[in-house]
Design a protein around this ligand. Structure first.
Ligand code: ZN
Length: 271
């Protein structure tokens, strides 16, 4: 499933090819996504210029003079840039064609993704309005996360994965950030000290930054590639490494389930 680093890598991969370009054609092959692709998308988009491509949480936001095309890649969605129109394949849903000849193609075998229109006249789209702070926003700091976790008896890992608290920290990055901060994932959130919370904020940013940097090496996969782009892996410290030795201290990595998700940690490095 694309997590925040994959979505940010996609943004960086497609933006240079479509920003300041005019949409010349929209082809909808299959409207069936998590919500149906709006029928009137061609009428709304053709002739308009994409000013820029932003990201909010795991949503890509194509800005067109105050209107927004919202794209979410769900479980298996991908956006790819083609400089010559390729034959349509199964699971291709939508093509956006631009004045520079570029075709941006959305593909999604499992169809949990979304492509939605949000006009400037409407209030902030409900999907975006419910989101917490961005992990790279200045508001996400030690004071903020400390306040947000007081009174929470649930595990710190679950607080970190709660999109009302902070967006875009999925299972992999929660595991890895807690390792880097030296915090046991199952500690009650309210028991994590102010000092540890500050370390955790820094660790979240470092972990995501490392993953995005790793994604940079895959950017060429976004252009004229027939394969699935944008999946890459950090050299994880704990995620998926249960029963293997800790890379720092050599202790055996343990695994517990939290909120139904595999959670691994080092019993020595994390307290
Ligand atoms: Zn260790």
């Amino acid at each position: 499933m694309p997590e925040l680093p994959e979505v940010e890598t996609t943004r960086r991969g497609v933006a240079p090819h479509v920003e300041r370009q005019k949409v010349t054609a929209v082809r909808i092959y299959d409207r069936r996504l998590r919500w149906p692709v709006p029928r009137d998308l061609p009428r709304r988009l053709v002739g308009r210029i994409v000013d820029r491509v932003d990201r909010r949480s795991k949503y890509l936001l194509f800005r067109l003079g105050g209107d927004t095309l919202i794209v979410h890649m769900g479980m298996t969605g991908s956006l790819r840039v083609f400089t010559a129109l390729p034959p349509k394949q199964p699971h291709d849903h939508v093509d956006l064609e631009f004045g520079n000849g570029v075709v941006l193609r959305y593909r999604d075998p499992r169809r949990f993704g979304a492509m939605l229109w949000s006009p400037r006249s409407a209030p902030l789209h409900p999907l975006l309005a419910a989101l917490g702070v961005e992990p790279f926003a200045p508001e996400f700091d030690g004071d903020y996360l400390y306040r947000a976790t007081r009174g929470r008896r649930a595990a710190i890992k679950l607080a970190l994965m709660d999109s009302h608290v902070v967006v875009g920290v999925g299972n992999i990055y929660a595991n890895e950030s807690l390792f880097r901060a030296g915090i046991r994932p199952n500690r009650a959130a309210k028991r994590v000290s102010r000092t540890q919370i500050s370390r955790l904020v820094a660790a979240v940013r470092e972990t995501l930054t490392d993953a995005i940097a790793k994604g940079g090496s895959t950017l060429r996969d976004y252009v004229d590639s027939r394969g699935e782009p944008g999946y890459f892996q950090l050299d994880y410290y704990v995620y998926g490494r249960e029963r293997e030795p800790c890379r720092i201290c050599g202790a055996t990595i343990r695994s517990v389930r939290l909120g139904g998700r595999a959670t691994s940690y080092c019993p020595t490095c994390q307290r």
